[in-house]
Design a protein around this ligand. Structure first.
Ligand code: E4P
Length: 238
């Protein structure tokens, strides 16, 4: 169950990578464009942080994707996962790169048929775009589930990397439906920590702990205050 960050903003990646919970990073031409930086400067900075898996997207025809994929792989080593689109050209490049032992992420996956061809082309990852499917009135999580089922029945080793994630709920549902990896914008990763009952419970614990400290400082014999008997009863309101 791996978590990747879907961004090319290196300062944000750095902040989150130090949690120890981030297994990789995915980028795409749009994210690189938004960063306003040279893609290879971005990749190099992410590599320096110690991130072990970075999806680097290549464009053009099959030969161009292949050439660029080989070059990036030589430059960045095993950290580089070459990202190609699920087209005839992209899968042609995927086959050759995979045969060379280079990791490939086949992106822009919208159904199980595309995932089958990607697996046959040796892909390490397939990236179904959940949010974009939902935008087009197709249940993205259902597509993840159907790919997962085909891969399970056929004993396929290609990993499902759920992408285009727009809310926290989709993260757990994507894993539940068989995704091996979920890539998400940093704000979704941050959102995974949050629950109103955690905040409320923490507030009560902090208040009670302060009371314990205050009691320790008095010379009188310790008597538990009535308030500590509520045993989280205040939470029932939620
Ligand atoms: C990641 O690999 C994808 O490029 C990304 O998740 C797409 O997300 P979007 O549909 O929000 O642009």
């Amino acid at each position: 169950m791996k978590i990747f960050l879907d961004t090319a903003e290196t300062s944000t990646i750095r902040d989150h990578f130090f949690t120890g919970l981030i297994d990789g990073v995915t980028t795409n031409p749009t994210l690189i464009m938004k960063s306003g930086r040279d893609p290879e400067d971005v990749y190099a900075e992410i590599v320096d942080m110690g991130v072990k898996d970075i999806s680097m997207e290549v464009v053009g025809d099959s030969d161009e994707m292949l050439r660029e994929g080989l070059r990036l792989s030589q430059k960045f080593g095993s950290v580089a996962t070459i990202k190609v689109p699920c087209t005839r050209e992209g899968l042609g490049a995927c086959k050759v790169l995979s045969d060379e032992g280079i990791k490939v992420n086949v992106t822009l996956i919208f159904n199980a048929a595309q995932a089958i061809l990607s697996a046959k082309s040796g892909a390490t990852y397939v990236s179904p775009f959940i949010g974009r499917l939902d935008d087009n009135s197709v249940a993205g999580l259902e597509v993840v589930r159907s790919i997962s089922e085909v891969y399970r029945v056929q004993n396929v080793k290609t990993q499902i990397l759920a992408a285009s994630i727009r809310d926290v709920y989709k993260v757990s549902r994507a894993f539940w439906n068989g995704a091996h990896v979920v890539t998400m914008p940093p704000k979704i990763f941050n959102g995974m920590y949050n629950h109103i009952l955690t905040d409320k419970g923490l507030q009560l614990f902090d208040e009670d702990w302060a009371e314990v400290q205050a009691l320790k400082e008095t010379k009188d014999a310790y008597e538990p205050p009535i308030k500590t008997l509520r045993n989280g009863g205040d939470l029932d309101a939620f």
